[in-house]
Design a protein around this ligand. Structure first.
Ligand code: GSY
Length: 155
């Protein structure tokens, strides 16, 4: 079973309910066990700022799925919860990002692991440091907590 960390976000509808539904949907798969979860944070929109505030959190899962199967699964969960991909950076009912998959480094057209932007995003590092402070980013060779502190310092 692989140790995987996911970033969840929502800024449309009942945001906390959307996050809970996404976690329940993950747990419904035999090949996925949700092992831990961070608290939910309300965060300012990053990137496209003229949109509603987000609710963000991170979860730790163990899974037998391959990275691409997991991607297909999380996209299916987003779709089942009503996510329509209109604006790239626009508001969304739910967003599930694969952040880390063991110490894998993967670069495909539709999937990069570790997530390319995770070290630039406080809405990811804050909740991720709560549940996985000592997990190492395999490319940057720093722990999640070190990345969070670097971002806070503006490094
Ligand atoms: N605070 C915040 N800003 C965001 N901008 C985008 S795009 N997203 C979607 C994540 O890729 C978010 C988000 O989840 N939280």
């Amino acid at each position: 079973m692989a140790n995987v960390y996911l970033g969840l976000g929502s800024n449309l509808g009942d945001r906390e309910e959307n996050l809970e539904k996404a976690i329940d949907a993950l747990n419904d798969f035999d090949e996925i066990d949700v092992k831990d979860r961070s608290r939910v944070l309300e965060t300012e929109p990053y990137g496209k700022t003229d949109q509603p505030e987000f609710m963000n959190m991170c979860v730790a899962i163990k899974t037998r799925m391959s990275p691409l199967s997991l991607l297909e699964t999380v996209l299916g969960i987003e779709h089942s919860l009503g996510r329509v991909r209109e604006e790239v950076w626009g508001p969304r009912i739910i967003d599930i990002d694969i952040l880390l998959y063991e110490d894998l480094e993967l670069e495909l057209d539709d999937l990069s692991i570790p997530h390319k932007e995770m070290h630039k995003r406080s809405f990811v590092l804050e909740p991720l440091a709560e549940i996985a402070p000592d997990v190492k980013h395999p490319t940057l060779d720093k722990t999640v907590l070190e990345l969070k502190e670097d971002l806070e310092r503006g490094d």
